[in-house]
Write a protein that binds this ligand. Structure first.
Ligand code: FMN
Ligand code: SF4
Length: 648
């Protein structure tokens, strides 16, 4: 029996009986077709999550009308044509032992004409300040009373379709700054008619939607409402408002409230909190809603592990836990929790690189740690017909993932690592402030390969000759990259150090520092030095910083550098490193930073490709993975390790 047993008590949401208290938080995937219809890829993804023991799957936000569409390949809810696809999806989830609800949504002012071909609409004429999903968001048109009436009816119609398509419930998306939030929040609702004014007026739009949904889908059809309890912006919704709305929603027929947070412009990001916010950041918000309603309330946000989740329920701060990214990272989270296999759960680290950052680029989502997301069918693990002896050279994330998958397939695997411990690039990546959770990636992989009986040999640098002596049937090379040394006059001076050496404590630094390079490594190293009290200036040759990473990291560093008053010079090419200064050219003009104690190079990396190229030349069965092929990041390393181990 697990210590998280509270999670596994059954519960009812309206007429819907759930086998446990773990529900899925809605996530758009970009796995649907461009016309919004269900695809096999979307079905495989949901079936995998249902098989993992989640009581109620939820689709990503599904647009109730074309002008409410935000994501190119999000699911639609706007057309009867979609119903046969719904039936395939819901039938497959039911067959896997799960239940599924569809999230009904309309992006309002957050929609871009580039996606919809139509002008956006909103509660009031106020453009979004968020341009991440589709550059080119424009000023919306204020909704007329006819628009409001028509959109309410579209939510109701969509709910009718959902019921016909076999969904077990609908979730109305009243969070995150989309159209319903635009009415609820004083930040965006400046109306003076019956849909504006005080919180009762601002709630009218949502309440009328709930009523129409109940009318068209049936009074017995379960309705969840995902509600922003706090917007975390100036003049935004606060918990006192949300309590009033939640009580009104219950009265109108809502069967559960999912307590969410944040607008796209909240700082730090709240909707999809990154690892700079510790796990369980929103529990006080579900707790406050519980005081206002009698229907079940779900807590949301970085519910990364089951013991903490069970505690939330035991303490009466929520009745359900809604997991988003934790289920991407490990779809078997619920089953492992029930079996008490807590340390086998691959915990979401809030890196956002594989999931929300992909969405912001209009790409299909995946997970930095779980390459199976979106590839459930092609990445199914099958036993090898002929088990082989596999040598994995390099114990970073790519090598470890390759070793894990190869061992699961029945191969005999040994990892050879040059350093005294495993971890590769993660050993350095976990050092800067707020990046510690990155270490969970390799900690988890290490635990798993040990359990699978993989042999590990550290402190052994492998050469082609040594590899030959191993007599392995296949060699995976995952030895990473080496720091790039740019051709700059003065680069060999004593006070010039590589970022990796600074982070690992191998190079001492002074108080006045210039970091060359504002990619992820440069920014993390700058952050690390700031934390230690140094005064930092950053020089970047590109016109943007954080070009090699996603929006979540960029936002974090923008805020952090602003707060610490770090000077960042973009389009600045370093021309010479002097005894105490650094010269650069920016937009054709020469500049100089004086009184410099240390110059830190974060100017990229080059693949350490000598070993695999030599082995290949000898005709060995060699599989290079990750940075030793092309210097990138953990996401690509894990993906390539996962892929290659399925091919051996
Ligand atoms: C890739 C991705 C897509 C998301 N899409 C939606 C969505 O369609 N509707 C929604 O209400 N929330 C969406 N969210 C937010 C999540 O539902 C959830 O509220 C948030 O990620 C915090 O929960 P978590 O820490 O469990 O991921 C999305 C989050 C991610 C990572
Ligand atoms: S990519 Fe990162 S944040 Fe997203 S689910 Fe995976 S571990 Fe979590």
């Amino acid at each position: 029996m697990s210590d998280a047993k509270k999670l596994f008590e059954p519960i009812k949401v309206g007429t819907l009986a759930l086998k446990n208290r773990i529900i899925m938080s809605a996530m758009v995937t970009n796995f649907a077709a461009e016309d919004g219809s269900v695809t096999d890829r979307l079905i495989d993804y949901h079936v995998n999550i249902a098989r993992g023991g989640c009581a109620l799957n939820t689709t990503g936000s599904s647009y109730v009308s074309q002008e409410g569409k935000r994501i190119l390949c999000g699911t639609g809810a706007h057309d009867d044509r979609l119903i046969p696809g719904y039936r395939r999806l819901t039938g497959a989830v039911h067959a896997a032992g799960g239940r599924i609800s569809i999230q009904l949504s309309h992006g309002g002012r957050e929609c871009s004409p580039k996606i919809t071909g139509l002008q956006a609409i909103g509660a009031t004429v106020a453009a979004s300040r968020y341009e991440g999903v589709a550059q080119g968001i424009e000023i919306p048109r204020e909704m007329t009373l006819e628009d409001i009436e028509s959109l309410i009816a579209k939510f109701g119609d969509a709910a009718g379709r959902a019921r016909e398509g076999g969904f077990d419930a609908v979730e109305i998306h009243a969070g995150h700054g989309y159209v319903i939030t635009q009415f609820l929040s004083p930040h965006t609702n400046k109306r003076s008619d019956r849909y504006g004014g005080d919180i009762v007026g601002r709630s009218n739009f949502l309440i009328e939607i709930i009523r129409d949904v109940k009318k068209k889908a049936g009074a017995d059809f379960p309705v969840l409402v995902k509600l922003n309890v706090c917007d975390y912006v100036e003049e935004g919704t606060v918990p006192d408002d949300a309590r009033v709305t939640a009580a009104l929603a219950e009265k109108a027929g809502a069967d559960a409230i999912v307590a969410s947070v944040g607008l796209h412009e909240s700082r730090p990001q709240r909707i999809v909190p990154a690892m700079s916010l510790p796990p369980f950041p929103n529990i006080h918000l579900s707790a406050t809603i519980k005081e206002a309603v009698t229907v079940p309330v779900a807590a949301i946000g970085r519910i990364v592990e089951p013991l903490g989740a069970a505690r939330v329920l035991e303490e009466g701060k929520a009745d359900l836990v809604a997991l988003g990214r934790p289920l991407l990272c490990d779809p078997e989270w619920p089953r492992k929790a029930q079996e008490g296999k807590f340390e086998d759960i691959r915990q979401c680290i809030g890196c956002n690189q594989g999931c929300i950052d992909m969405l912001r680029r209009q790409k299909p989502i995946t997970c930095l740690q779980n390459a199976e997301v979106g590839r459930e069918r092609e990445f199914r693990i099958e036993r090898a017909t002929k088990p082989k002896g596999v040598a994995v050279i390099g114990g970073g994330p790519g090598g470890l993932e390759a070793a894990r998958v190869a061992a699961l397939r029945g191969h005999r695997v040994t990892i050879y690592e040059k350093a005294g411990e495993l971890g590769g690039q993660v050993r350095t990546g976990r050092i800067p402030p707020h990046r510690g959770e990155l270490g969970k990636v390799t900690d988890h992989l290490l635990r798993q390969v040990e359990k699978l009986g993989v042999s590990i040999s550290t402190g052994r640098e492998m050469t082609p000759a040594k590899c030959r002596l191993l007599g392995a049937d296949a060699v995976v090379v995952a030895v990473g990259a080496l720091p790039l040394k740019p051709k700059i006059k003065g680069i060999d001076r004593k006070h010039v150090a590589y970022a990796v050496d600074v982070l690992q404590g191998k190079a001492a630094v002074g108080r006045r520092i210039v970091v060359v390079g504002a990619g992820l490594v440069g920014l993390e190293t700058a952050d690390f030095c700031i934390e230690k009290g140094a005064q930092v200036t950053i020089l970047e040759m590109l016109g943007v910083m954080a070009a090699d990473t996603g929006g979540a990291n960029r936002v974090y560093f923008e805020d952090r550098l602003k707060e610490k008053r770090v000077a960042v010079h973009l389009d600045a090419v370093v021309t010479e490193i002097g005894e105490r200064d650094v010269a650069y050219v920016q937009h054709g003009s020469a500049g100089k930073i004086a009184d410099v104690d240390t110059v830190i190079l974060a100017t990229g990396a080059v693949p350490d490709d000598a070993l695999w190229k030599a082995l290949k030349e000898e005709g060995a069965d060699v599989f290079p993975v990750g940075d030793c092929v092309k210097a990138r990041n953990v996401l690509e390393a894990v993906f390539e390790g996962a892929k290659i181990a399925r091919e051996i």
